[in-house]
Each structure stands twice: as C-alpha cells, then as structure tokens.
Write a protein that binds this ligand. Structure first.
Ligand code: MEV
Length: 442
C-alpha cells in the first residue's frame, strides 16, 4: 500500500512511478516530454485533477459542413478512434445537400434528490410538507438568486413516498432549470442545503416534538438521468435522393435495408448497445471538445434507451410516403458556461469556434453529430461493411506501431490505396520494404 502519495510534490511523484520500471530516467524523460512547455499552462492542467504527473494527449479534429437548422457549423471533436471524425464529416456533407439537420430542444429540466428515511407518522410529514417546502426555497435563496436572474432556479420540490420499495424511504425530488450551465454544482449545493434544512425542520418544528431522531438523511445528489432535458434532431429526404447514399444502386433497397437495421436495434439489446455506441462516438467527442461531462451524458442516455424496460436503439426510422426520415431523441445535459467550459483553453476555443452557443444550441449540435455518426455507421454496415474504411483510417496507426519513417509511410499509403488493410498485410509490406532497402544498401 502506498500512502502519502498525494502529499509528494510532482517531481517526487514522477520519480516514484518511474522507479517501478527498469529504466526510470527514460520513463521520466518520456512523461516529461508530454508536459506543456509553458509552466503556467501546465499548472492549469495539473490542477484539473489530482496526483498528476503528465498529460494524456487525444486528437482534436474538426467535422466541417454541419448544417443545423439552416446554420453551418465546423464541429470540434475529441476522439482517439479512427474513422469517427471522417464518418461525421461525410454524413454532415451528405445531409448538407439535403437541407441539413432539423433540431429542436424539447425540454431542459434536471432532477436532484435528497434521499431520507422517515420513521414517524407519514400523514404528519405529508401535512407539513408545504411549510417545509417554503423553508427549502427560502433557505437556498443565496444560491438561487443569481440563477433566477439568468432565467433558471428551482422549478418544483416534491415529497415522494418510496415506502413500497424500501421501508420508511422518502425523497425530496427537486426540479431545476440551469439555463446555460450543466448545473451540477448549483444543483448539488442546493440539495446539500435541503438536507440540512430538512434535518433542522424536524429538530425545530414544534409539531415534531422529539421526533428528529425519526429522520435520517441518507444522501443528497443530482440525478444524471435527465429524460426532461431532451433534444430531437432529424434528417429527411425523398427516398429517391438516397441514390448516392452507399454502394447500393437502388435507393428503395437502401432504405429498406436501413429500416431493417434500425428495427433490429430496436428489438435486440446486443445490437442496440453497439448501435447506440456509434451515436455516442459523435456525442462524446463533442462533449469532450467542449469541456462537458461525457460520463454523465452516457449514463443518462443509456438509461433513456431502456426507459420502457428493454434497452433499445435511441434513433428511429420512418419510411413512408416516399420519404426517408431518420431521427434521434436523446437526453443531453450540456453546459456552455461554468465548469471546465471556461477553464480548459481548448474547450473555450471549441465554444468560440461554434460561435459561443447556448446550452440549447450545443444540445442540438451534439445530437446532430450523434445522428450523423450513427447514419454513417449504418450506411457502411448495410453496404460495404465498416472494415474497409476503418482499416484505411487505421493504416497510419499500424504504420506508426511499426516505427516507419516518412518514406516508408508514404510508400505504404500509396500501396494500400486500393488494397485490403490488416495488421499482418501492413507488417509484411513494411518488412518487405526494409529487406529491399537492406539489399540495396549492401
Ligand atoms: C464503432 O465505433 C461504432 C459502430 O460499431 C456502430 C454500429 O455498429 O452501429 C460502427
């Protein structure tokens, strides 16, 4: 067990980690090589988290040509998986010629809960809840006042009886509007105050004489399930216009196969998870690029996908009256102010690139990128398969893992332009190049 690691300074932490390798000096040099050369900027990154010893780089790419509600966006995406930015870009370009994405935010409420055990008379608790509610609103004014000025605040507080599930278990269930902030800090601060107010309410209210022991606060925390913070985005065209969609010549055949692929993801959880993963490829990449919490978004999205008790595709297809309509409805709790959005220089840059969107606009952008990636994936899957494109993109990763030089890289890219890429075929090709070079140099 290592103890006191967090109290070491950065150099000592680095040394301690490096000492578990055979070549500590090289390890230190390697980790330091990823430090920012401006110490002020490096300090900023170090202070985002704890026990930091280096930075972990992810590529920052752009998917141009997204047309959403008639406005064009170059969308920043942070993702390590090859093909995702390319797929988003291709789909964006494809739909840009067909009126682009039509998006709307359906709702923006978020939920937070105080979970507590009440062993006293339920009727008493219910009868006095309106008074408690007043106290909860008044006692959190120091947080809510500035949020209210921006158009947000606490929209409602309910007392929820959960005693059918767990003996004596109740909730304060509060609904929040956090406008352009994701709002986790605001919500959690209000909720922790609620918990104190609730406890004090039993201690101080004459009606509960001696009953404070009946109330045990378990916890106070926002919910990342946000089915009332919902965005819908869709694309639509005449089926006949799908002629150039993939390698299927017949657009009706393409639409039919596409519909079947989505229907399969609606009924089979094994397929649905992969289908939705393709949606989150795009959404997570935008969330990361804009300093948003992709774990919260994923958790909420997957729960929403299972809202009727079975895990299903988040996107839906409607093929009728000669039209192909593909849509995605998804809960997305995103922010464009506060948190990392203001602190991370690249998150700030991303938001600038998107012309400083509101949270609602960012919800529409992220959802559209999710749908674009999903459309691209299904289009490939039902036509040529994903491996051709994926392995082409992956070629550079394979070449880098073979430590190729620039000349070898150029030759390999040209060689595999029309050939199947696999690790074995690339390795064999590179070995061949080197053998020939050795013979020539001999
Ligand atoms: C890969 O990251 C994503 C896909 O598997 C999504 C899908 O199967 O729909 C291609």
């Amino acid at each position: 067990m290592i103890s006191g690691f967090s109290r070491l300074n950065k150099a000592a932490k680095l040394e301690m980690v490096a000492n578990s390798f055979d070549n500590p000096e090289q390890v230190i040099a390697q980790l330091k090589s990823y430090w920012h050369n401006d110490p002020v900027k490096q300090k900023l990154f170090d202070e985002f988290s704890e026990n930091t010893i280096s930075n972990f780089y992810f590529p920052y790419g752009i998917a141009p040509n997204f047309v959403i509600n008639g406005k064009k966006y170059p969308v920043p995406m942070v993702i390590e998986e090859s093909s995702v930015v390319a797929a988003a870009s291709n789909s964006a370009k494809y739909w840009a010629t067909k009126n682009g994405f039509r998006s709307e935010v359906l709702s923006t409420s978020k939920i937070g809960q105080v979970h507590f055990i009440w062993k006293g008379e339920v009727e008493k608790l219910q009868a006095l809840f309106p008074f408690l509610k007043e106290e909860l609103y008044n006692g959190t004014k120091h947080y809510t006042e500035s949020m209210e000025k921006r158009g947000g605040g606490i929209k409602d507080i309910e007392l929820v009886d959960m005693t059918d599930d767990i003996e004596n278990y109740f909730q304060l269930k509060a609904t929040f509007e956090t406008v352009d902030a994701m709002g986790a800090n605001f919500i959690n601060s209000c909720l922790e105050d609620f918990a104190h107010i609730l406890k004090d309410h039993f201690r101080e209210n004459e009606y509960y004489d001696g009953e404070e022991k009946n109330c045990r606060i378990i916890m106070a925390i926002l919910s990342n399930y946000t089915p009332e913070c919902l965005v819908k985005t869709e694309v639509e065209c005449d089926i006949d216009c799908l002629r150039n969609a993939g390698e299927i010549e017949n657009p009706e055949d393409f639409a039919w196969k596409f519909e079947k692929a989505v229907q399969i993801a609606k009924v089979d959880p094994y397929r649905a998870v992969t289908h939705n993963k393709g949606i989150f490829n795009g959404i997570d990449a935008v969330a990361l690029a804009t300093g948003n919490d992709f774990r919260a978004i994923e958790a909420g999205g997957h729960a929403y996908a299972a809202r009727d008790g079975k895990y299903r595709s988040l996107s839906s297809i409607d093929i009728s009256n000669g039209k192909f309509k593909y849509s995605l409805t998804i809960p997305l709790s995103l922010g464009t102010v506060g948190g990392l959005t203001a602190l991370h220089p690249m998150a700030r840059f991303s938001l600038k690139l998107l012309e400083n969107p509101t949270a609602k606009q960012l919800m529409m952008i992220a959802a559209s990128v999710g749908l674009a990636n999903n459309f691209g994936a299904i289009k490939s899957l039902i036509t040529k398969g994903i491996q051709v494109g994926h392995m082409k993109m992956h070629l550079l990763n394979i070449l880098n893992s073979c430590d190729v030089n620039e000349r070898e890289k150029k030759m390999a890219v040209a060689n595999f332009a029309h050939k199947k890429v696999s690790y074995t075929s690339v390795k064999r090709y590179v070995d061949g190049l080197r053998k020939t070079a050795n013979i020539e140099n001999f």
